[in-house]
Design a protein around this ligand. Structure first.
Ligand SMILES: [Zn+2]
Length: 455
């Protein structure tokens, strides 16, 4: 049960995982802080609540009944001792080299620790809540498209990102796809030798867990042409969007493709269907292989003018847009509930699901873009749509864009890749001070709920 060096062994595990993945794992940076040797302020012992064990039961081995009652009383100001989950971490803090218990930390949730300090003046215990500090780092990654696996493989296997949870790496690809969806069809246009660089926010917790957050800046160089998407929030309400280096919105009247890149399977594109439009005149459309049921999006705002079977197209939706454009989505498995002829749809709205109805050999989406009955390759159509950065915000835009691009420029376009962490913020706050509010032990006040010596 005793895990006095618990937090050290966890670090060792992270390092070991790192060796296996042949990466250069480094603990999350908290900025440019010089290493200073500080002797441990306290000895710590970390226990975790066993199955069916009560908090009182765990305390029983460590302190006498009187002391325990006082501690529970203080603890109850912030949490219910009967509601602690199994494996809740309880850290006992001692005067170095002695058995004198000075404090107890109870990690009541992922975000909160109840810290109990012995009241040296009045006796008894003082309690308060410590919010788990979350560092928001900016992580930079770069890479190159090397083969068939495309962007997905390059990002998922990027050594910089192995520390990011797998699901988050997948969502980073979705983020990239979403900011470039008007400029680039990753499923059709990617070329070996293309490079990318991007920066995103990453939340790091003291236990080492991380979460990928917002994409801040991205560059994709496609066949030698660079595309940029820089996040900017004109109103400061968290509802920002993406702009190119000139401050023009990356949004266009049409998405280049009606499916999320990550949902499109590779086999079809490399087969005879790709690139369909230029090679097989009789075909007139773009085919995307994807699993049955994959969501199909309207590529632009418009009105549904056909919803139902249509000969060899099978289940088909047709949408009329402004300026005479019509888009067609064929071989659908089904239509989204509420989508009928006459329905008004918005860009990116789900209208139906990939299927294999009509004259097909496998599940895929057949997509067409027509004007005056004539077929156009979506890649050849470029209709501006989004508003540029408002003139009033141009100074702030220039500063933010310049800063983000300057950081992006510090990394090579393609390997050797490294993580750059910058702009760290310590999110620690304390609340619920009771009693005298004395912290008891200065140096241990590191914000790390596990207590103990700092690296
Ligand atoms: Zn087709």
């Amino acid at each position: 049960m005793q895990q006095r060096d618990h937090h050290w062994s966890r670090r060792a595990t992270a390092a070991a995982l790192c060796l296996m993945a042949a990466c250069t794992w480094e603990p999350p940076s908290v900025g440019e802080i010089e290493a200073v040797y500080v002797p441990p302020a306290e000895d710590v012992q970390i226990l975790s609540l066993g199955r069916a064990q009560t908090f009182g039961g765990l305390l029983y081995d460590v302190m006498d009944a009187n002391d325990q009652a006082g501690l529970l009383l203080a603890f109850q100001e912030f949490a219910d001792p009967r509601r602690l989950r199994e494996r809740t971490e309880v850290t006992f803090r001692y005067l170095p080299g002695s058995d004198e218990l000075r404090g107890v930390d109870v990690a009541v949730s992922r975000d909160q620790t109840v810290r109990l300090d012995r009241d040296e003046v009045l006796g008894g215990w003082l309690s308060r809540v410590i919010e788990t500090p979350v560092y928001v780092d900016t992580v930079y990654a770069s890479g190159e498209i090397e083969g068939e696996g495309g962007l997905w493989e390059s990002v998922v296997q990027n050594p910089v990102l192995v520390q990011v949870p797998y699901e988050d790496r997948n969502s980073l690809i979705d983020h990239l796809d979403r900011v470039f969806q008007w400029q680039l069809d990753f499923s059709r246009q990617l070329r070996v030798g293309d490079t990318y660089r991007f920066a995103f926010e990453q939340e790091v917790r003291p236990d080492g867990s991380m979460r990928a957050g917002r994409l801040l800046a991205a560059e994709y160089v496609n066949s030698g042409t660079p595309f940029h998407a820089i996040y900017f929030d004109p109103n400061g309400d968290g509802q920002g969007s993406y702009f190119d280096l000139e401050g023009e919105s990356v949004r266009r009247a049409f998405l280049l493709k009606p499916l999320a890149y990550r949902r499109i399977s590779g086999t079809f594109q490399n087969a005879r269907f790709h690139p369909v439009l230029n090679r097989v005149r009789a075909h007139r459309g773009v085919d995307y292989a994807a699993d049955i049921g994959t969501e199909v999006m309207a590529t632009s705002d418009g009105v549904v003018i056909h919803r139902g079977p249509k000969g060899s197209f099978g289940n088909t939706i047709e949408i009329r847009h402004s300026n005479g454009w019509v888009t067609r989505y064929a071989h659908l498995n089904g239509f989204r509930a509420g989508i009928y002829e006459g329905s008004v749809v918005r860009q990116s709205e789900v209208i139906g699901y990939v299927g294999m109805t009509g004259l097909v050999t496998g599940p895929h989406l057949h997509y067409e873009m027509l004007a005056n009955g004539r077929q156009f390759d979506p890649l050849s159509v470029d209709l501006p749509a989004g508003d540029p950065v408002p003139a009033d915000d141009s100074q702030r835009w220039e500063a933010e864009m310049g800063g983000r691009m300057a950081l992006l420029e510090t990394i090579p376009r393609a390997g050797p890749v490294r993580t750059y962490t910058a702009q760290s913020q310590l999110g620690q706050t304390e609340s619920g001070q009771t009693g005298s509010g004395q912290t008891g032990s200065g140096q241990a006040e590191s914000g790390q709920p596990g207590g103990g010596p700092q690296p």
